[in-house]
Ligand binder design. Structure first.
Ligand SMILES: Nc1ncnc2c1ncn2[C@@H]1O[C@H](COP(=O)(O)OP(=O)(O)O)[C@@H](O)[C@H]1O
Ligand SMILES: [Mg+2]
Length: 384
């Protein structure tokens, strides 16, 4: 894919060349998967996967290790074949397009730079293969290094740079030839926590500034929530749900999504009645709670309430929906995380601090959210 013969597009005066080639063009999604299967021998690693990625958007494949994220990126790059369905880039099916002509930028966790080449030569690599004239190579490399905030580092060797800086160079190398799509496979996972958060912001800024379409892979839910226009939650080779970070977090369609994406309190019980947008559920210890929900399951149905920690308001016991004992209180300055034993189940609550936080051993009340509680059925699917 480094050897495309595609010529660089003209650059209008005053506009960074990095910001042009990837915008506009034909209508339709930048990348589209239609019902693809990907198999390694007899093992089907990805099954019936369909997704359309809008031009210029930042989409994240999120899921646990082994769920098929890397396999999907490899299929776009042409490193693994698909056994069913089709993939299009910019409206063209890629089946017949040789790997080197797929105009794709790659940044992988361990996508090492050439250790004996300078930063300039590393970044210029894809351009030299494309027969870009020398003065333009210089200009584009300069711009790409400015974009990743490492201007003037042309003569350095990778070994003279930190891990985070090396990843920036890898990013510069991937965007310098204006790929139609940028694939990022866990690019931050080798970095320490501080650097990781800094690079999240950085990558997002660069993606927006260049207008490049990005498909990002991570198993880190915080990373996915913080960076994405849209998240695709994967589990065992199958897409569980796709939507904005807010939608997948607040409105999980399955038990897997609810528990994988952040902490969720999952309270199981039996429906005893629904009326006027409020459902009453009997918990195993015979306590009844009434929650505000759009779902209307049948009486007697087994259901699970999905309650996000920050939606549980901890306060005085009187008049609360549930009462319990604080078993752990972690003070975080602006907020406090509680573990509360309520009738034998542990509930997690995250509250902003107003006044004094509650302490271990205190009896507290928990108020349930005033709207939008998601209910799951016995199979773990969201009830409507
Ligand atoms: N070359 C391969 N041969 C056989 N199985 C593979 C190969 N690569 C990956 N797999 C399997 O395919 C599944 C998906 O792998 P992968 O896409 O790497 O997952 P992820 O990136 O989400 O961690 C895993 O079960 C993995 O063991
Ligand atoms: Mg992977």
């Amino acid at each position: 894919m480094m050897a495309s013969t595609q010529m660089p597009r003209p650059v209008p005066a005053g506009v960074s060349s990095l910001a042009t080639g990837v915008r506009g063009g034909t209508e339709g999604p930048a990348v589209e998967f239609r019902n693809i299967d990907i198999a390694y021998g007899k093992f089907v690693a990805v099954r019936d996967f369909s997704l359309a990625i809008d031009k210029g958007s930042f989409v994240t494949l999120l899921g646990p290790s082994g769920c098929g994220k890397t396999t999907i990126l490899r299929a776009i790059a042409g490193l693994v074949g698909i056994s069913a369905g089709e993939i299009s880039i910019g409206g063209r099916r890629i089946d017949g397009i040789p790997i080197y002509k797929r105009n794709i930028g790659l940044v992988f966790q361990n996508y090492a730079l050439f250790p004996h080449k300078t930063v300039f030569d590393n970044v210029a690599f894809g351009l030299k293969y494309r027969n870009v004239p020398k003065p333009e190579i210089r200009q584009r490399v300069t711009e790409a290094l400015e974009m990743v905030r490492l201007p003037g580092s042309e003569k350095k060797l990778p070994s003279q740079l930190s891990g985070g800086q090396q990843q920036r160079i890898a990013l510069a190398r991937a965007i310098v030839f204006q790929p139609e799509v940028l694939l990022l496979d866990e690019p931050l996972s080798a970095l320490d926590a501080n650097m990781r958060e800094e690079m999240r912001v950085e990558i997002k800024k660069i993606q927006k500034a260049t207008g490049i379409t990005a498909l990002f892979v991570t198993h880190d839910q915080d990373e996915a929530l913080a960076m994405s226009d849209r998240i695709v939650v994967m589990n065992s080779g199958v897409m569980e749900q796709t939507g904005t970070p807010h939608a997948v977090y607040e409105q999980p369609e399955t038990r897997f999504v609810a528990s994988f994406l952040g902490k969720a309190n999952l309270l199981s019980g039996t429906m005893t009645g629904v009326a006027g947008g409020r459902a009453t559920v009997e918990l195993p210890d015979a306590r009844k709670v009434t929650v505000a929900t759009d779902a209307s399951p049948a009486k007697g149905a087994a259901v699970t309430l999905v309650l996000r920690p920050q939606k549980l308001a901890v306060g005085a016991p009187a008049g609360a929906d549930l009462v319990g004992t604080v078993t752990s209180a972690s003070y975080l300055g602006s907020s406090v995380l509680y573990e509360i034993d309520s009738g034998g189940s542990v509930l997690h609550a995250a509250n902003l601090i107003e006044g004094r936080p509650f302490e271990e051993g205190e009896t507290v009340g928990i108020s349930l959210p005033a709207s939008g509680v998601v209910l799951l059925d016995a199979d773990g699917r969201r009830l409507r």
